[in-house]
Design a protein around this ligand. Structure first.
Ligand code: AMP
Length: 211
């Protein structure tokens, strides 16, 4: 077990870990590692939306809102809250924390999640961690993903990728980072490093926030 994770109790003051990063920043990988180490719930809104898309019994009105996802745009906030809050409630009810992975993509969403956590008296247990990569790295990584794994998702398409970078790239992320910085809840790690190094950096950020 990596040294930084030996004392899991250091994380206990942060039951809400918000991973922020542009597409291709490695949020999903790092979220999975954190969840594995800490036993927290993994809240990936992308995964929740894809599960909804694959569910033949899902509400057709909800499914209609997925057109935006296929076009590389953000999905309506009300659907995100419906899926994410229900999932978060489930994990909190069993006493575990949560790792939010791509679940917050605008300041409006950040504010709504903040209200949700405030109502649960969990506002001071929030830490937001940005895994930072440049816009050039985003494109290179998304292209690599398609080259190595083939087009696995409807939005893994060159034109849609460009739109995702415009709508969900560093420029779009900045106001969200500013929001968490204003709450003194933001840590930034270098997402250009190897996955293991990023994991170590995240461990340090969590320790730093808890000290
Ligand atoms: P991801 O798997 O995180 O890359 O997300 C895939 C797609 O799902 C995104 O390109 C958006 O269309 C949609 N999506 C995921 N999370 C959100 C969110 N919090 N708000 C709006 N749309 C989202």
């Amino acid at each position: 077990m990596p040294r930084l994770y030996r004392d899991v109790s250091v994380f206990m003051s942060n039951r809400i870990i918000i991973l922020l990063g542009v597409p291709g920043s490695g949020k999903g990988t790092q979220a999975a590692r954190l969840v594995n180490r800490l036993g927290y719930g993994h809240i990936s809104t992308g995964e929740l939306l894809r599960a909804l898309e694959a569910d033949p019994n899902a509400d057709p009105a909800d499914k209609k809102k997925l057109i935006a996802m296929r076009a590389g745009k953000l999905v309506a906030d009300d659907l995100i809250y419906k899926l994410a809050f229900r999932e978060i409630e489930k994990h909190l009810a069993r006493g575990s924390g949560v790792v939010l992975d791509g679940a917050i993509r605008s300041v409006v969403q950040a504010e709504s999640y903040q209200k949700f956590f405030e109502a649960k008296k969990l506002a001071n247990e929030i830490i937001a961690i940005e895994i930072h990569i440049s816009d050039e790295t985003i494109l290179a990584r998304l292209r690599d993903r398609i080259k190595n794994q083939g087009q696995q998702r409807a939005d893994d398409d060159p034109e849609i990728m460009k739109r995702r970078i415009t709508e969900q790239g560093n420029a779009a992320l900045k106001p969200i980072l500013d929001y968490y910085r204003s709450l003194a809840a933001l840590q930034v790690v270098d997402g250009e490093l190897s996955m293991d190094e990023v994991e170590t950096e995240i461990g340090s950020a969590l320790r730093h926030a808890s000290s």
